[in-house]
Design a protein around this ligand. Structure first.
Ligand code: HXC
Length: 257
């Protein structure tokens, strides 16, 4: 990642922050985006205490004008863009039959539309510069299994998986741009952990469902992210790397407990 420029949406907390930290540690210049300017400021100071240069852009990925401004500010500051991580997400638990139209729209807008606005804007920039960048989308395994209780997020992430594979072929063929994804499982110290398995019972059931019998650490996602973006993964394109301790494969056992 040394001397490359990476944009991480939703980069002020959780997995986004951990990825931004990792990239900076490896010598990258990083733009982090988020809606809360105070949180962005604190994260920038935290990362820069140890290494790197961080640009913060207060914005909402749901707004294409914000995305354009973020791109311009990144180019003004760092002169180029090499990597985009579409990490910004929104989610809450709600039975499908109770989900309001606005609730559906909010999550689809952040996850599916926001990922598209950022990908197209950065992709067009690379195409006009004849540059080969790489994009990484953050998914969830329920993009291809099922997400009872999070129909909006599951539908949006499934769309982002299709976007990943489609752009990998369309832009890979014409421009050499790589597009990959990571599907993290349950990871400690994330918004998802706070929301989706906050109670002791939910936590214990979650750990029991993971073959490795523990939650993941944010750094384990950041390591996978820097690998997929970097030249070490130069022949990996259109792939989704699941980092979940084997959870999604775990159905039932024929062995005695
Ligand atoms: C039911 C809800 C709700 C809830 C919001 N809504 N929360 N409905 N249950 N808990 C409804 C609101 O009532 C409203 O509809 C509509 O959604 C929009 O809500 P707002 O609060 O106005 O929207 P906004 O401020 O834009 O917030 C967006 C958000 C919010 C998605 C609702 O949660 C958010 O900003 N989250 C960002 C952070 C986040 O969620 N991170 C977790 C990502 S984890 P009405 O009809 O009332 O107008 C993840 C991966 C999980 O995605 C992976 C697991 C393995």
């Amino acid at each position: 990642m040394k001397n490359s420029v990476a944009i991480v949406t939703g980069g002020s907390s959780g997995l986004g922050k951990e990825m931004a930290k990792k990239f900076a540690e490896q010598g990258a210049f990083v733009t982090i985006t988020g809606r809360d300017s105070e949180k962005l400021k604190v994260t920038k100071a935290e990362i820069e205490t140890f290494n790197g240069q961080v640009l913060t852009v207060q914005m909402d990925v749901r707004n294409p004008e914000d995305v354009e401004r973020m791109l311009e500010e990144t180019k003004d500051t760092f002169k180029r863009i090499d990597h985009l991580v579409n990490n910004a997400a929104g989610n809450f638990i709600c039975p499908a039959e109770d989900l309001s139209i606005n609730g559906w729209r909010a999550v689809i807008d952040i996850v599916l539309n926001g990922t598209w606005y950022c990908s197209q804007a950065v992709g067009k920039e690379w195409i006009s510069n004849q540059q080969k960048g790489s994009i990484l989308n953050i998914l969830a395994t329920y993009a291809w299994t099922s997400g009872p209780g999070v129909i909006h997020s599951a539908s949006a992430k499934a769309g982002v998986l299709a976007m990943t594979r489609t752009l990998a072929v369309e832009w890979g063929t014409k421009y050499g741009i790589r597009v990959n994804a990571i599907a993290p499982g349950p990871i400690e110290n994330t918004g998802a952990a706070e929301r989706l398995w906050a109670s002791q019972g939910a936590y214990e059931r979650t750990v029991a469902s993971i073959p490795l019998q523990r939650l993941g650490q944010p750094e384990e996602i950041a390591n996978a992210a820097s690998y997929l973006l970097s030249e070490s993964a130069s022949f990996i394109n259109g792939e989704c790397l699941t980092v979940d301790g084997g959870q999604w494969l775990n159905r039932r056992t024929f062995l005695k407990e």
